[in-house]
Design a protein around this ligand. Structure first.
Ligand code: ADP
Ligand code: LRH
Length: 478
């Protein structure tokens, strides 16, 4: 039995989990959880990356002696280092408004169709490429000698070693998903200096050992290796989808819903671009073909606006509200920015001629129905665009604790939903470390271990697919 610390930083919270892994056993316990609160500064929305690093150190101390450490986090964002290796400013939050209107400027040099054919990445205003374009004339970028994506930055602070883990690099829009290497042509045409990036690392590669100062602060005894994992949280979460031989779709539910398929090769067609599907890199040569849906962010923002009422009670009330009364487009980037979420949802319902949800329970039901509908559309579109039919939908992540959302997703998709594990990203992180440190097996073997050891809940579709189809048509027409 070996133990691994998985640092998993989501947009709403960070956690350090400890995984104990044997050939036929896998146990995960939480050592430490801390909130991830973005900070609104005069210059814009920023991550409190020093607070997160402090949370990681507290977590490693609470975890105790482990055989290795791995870090994953949300994608696309980065810190810039100066020539001395010091951080230049607070990393910009992907919900910051600096990228508004930037994509159009990029497309004037490399048309959107060509950019998709080369990188396979969906359009999202916050792709690293657009962030770098927005920052082009900033003082920070002109002083920067190194760019590290968030998990790579924390790894650097823990070990002193720099690298660019490839699954997360695939969200920069600077990677070619066919070669799984940099897209040199795109970078040079758009004036991005690839020399800013440290060399690519693969999940499972060694990423250094904890520095002496870190050992001192955490009370651990060295050497403690740090191992590269699928450092994009969604890559780690998909690695931990507990699928057997079945043909499956997955939905990673948390702040975002990431809904799609695991494929052997990217889908780079014009139809796929128009449907805004992304081809991100997964473990062992796989491609994560998926769509970003606003996810439980919509609910998080409402709950914040309402002064944090009890979530369980709210969901119970929402389960009693009439179904599919009003729905909004949960894929709409108009919901990306923080603030005024209950009002923005009401406005979207009014604008599309639907009843305006009044009570908190009605707004919550509108959000969950809308998410389930967006899950349905993504699962259907992915199957059609990739020519890859499925029989079951695996739901992983924090949203598995929301039984109403899981049931509505099964109903909307007209397919069984298997929900769990909740801490999928941490489990994927642990399993990649375990494999690097001697656990035999491929991705399928890792998944078999999850099926044998993790509690899963099955939701059967309750019929009524007609109503979901009608709601989808209503939204498309509205
Ligand atoms: P992220 O990794 O993006 O920060 P998580 O995977 O931790 O997100 O999921 C967070 C979401 O999980 C919350 O926004 C909330 O909607 C949902 N959630 C957490 N706990 C519960 C609970 N007890 N009941 C229902 N939903 C929950
Ligand atoms: C989920 C996630 C998602 C990205 C978004 C920025 O945490 O990594 O896969 O698109 O954050």
């Amino acid at each position: 039995m070996k133990s691994y610390a998985a640092v998993d930083l989501g947009a709403s919270s960070g956690r350090v989990m400890v995984g104990r892994v044997g050939p036929d056993s896998l146990e995960l316990t939480e050592a430490h959880r801390f909130p991830n609160r973005p900070v609104r500064l005069p210059e814009g929305l920023r991550w409190d990356v020093l607070g997160l690093y402090a949370g990681v150190l507290d977590g490693l101390k609470a975890a105790g002696q482990v055989d290795s450490v791995g870090i994953d986090s949300w994608a696309v964002d980065y810190g810039l280092l100066d020539a001395d290796g010091a951080l230049l400013g607070n990393p910009v939050h992907y919900r910051d408004s600096r990228t508004a209107g930037v994509a159009e400027k990029v497309w004037a040099t490399v048309p959107a169709e060509e950019l998709y054919a080369a990188t396979g990445l969906q359009y999202a205003p916050f792709n690293t490429l657009y962030q770098l374009t927005a920052a082009r004339s900033s003082a920070q970028l002109s002083f920067a000698r190194r760019l590290l994506l968030i998990p790579d930055l924390l790894t650097y602070w823990l070990t002193g070693e720099q690298g660019t883990e490839v699954t997360n690099a695939s969200t920069t829009q600077l990677i070619d998903p066919r070669t799984r290497d940099w897209s040199y042509d795109i970078a040079s045409r758009l004036g991005v200096d690839l020399g800013l990036f440290a060399p690519l690392r693969q999940p499972g590669d060694p990423a250094g050992v904890l520095r002496d100062a870190v050992l001192e602060e955490t009370g651990l005894t060295g050497p403690v290796p740090v191992t590269a994992v699928g450092s994009h949280d969604t890559a780690s979460a998909v690695a931990a989808v507990p699928a057997g031989r079945e043909r499956f779709a997955y939905i990673c539910t948390g702040t975002w819903s990431l809904a799609g398929l695991e494929l052997d090769a990217p889908v780079l067609t014009e139809e796929s671009r128009a449907a805004n599907f992304t081809n991100e890199l997964g473990l062992d040569g796989t491609v994560r073909y998926l769509r970003n849906i606003m996810g439980l962010w919509l609910l998080q923002e409402c709950v914040r606006a309402w002064g944090d009422p009890d979530l369980g009670a709210l969901l119970l009330e929402a389960s009693r509200v009439e179904a599919l009364r009003s729905v909004v487009d949960a894929g709409d980037a108009a919901f990306l920015a923080p603030g005024r979420m209950p009002e923005r949802i009401a406005e979207a319902c009014r604008a599309s001629g639907q009843p305006v949800p009044e009570s908190r329970a009605e707004v919550t039901r509108c959000i969950l129905d809308s998410l389930a509908l967006a899950h349905r559309k993504a699962v259907q579109d992915a199957q059609r665009l990739a020519g890859h039919p499925v029989d079951v939908v695996h739901v992983v992540g924090g949203g598995t604790r929301n039984a109403l959302l899981c049931q509505l997703t099964a109903d909307a998709c007209g397919l069984p939903v298997v929900a769990g594990p909740t801490e999928a990203a941490a489990l994927g992180n642990v399993l990649v470390q375990a494999r690097a440190h001697g656990l035999a097996g491929d991705l399928a073997g890792m998944r078999r271990l999850l099926v044998r050891t993790q509690p899963l809940t099955r939701y059967e579709p309750r019929g009524g697919t007609e109503r979901w189809r009608a709601a989808q048509d209503r939204l498309a027409g509205g």
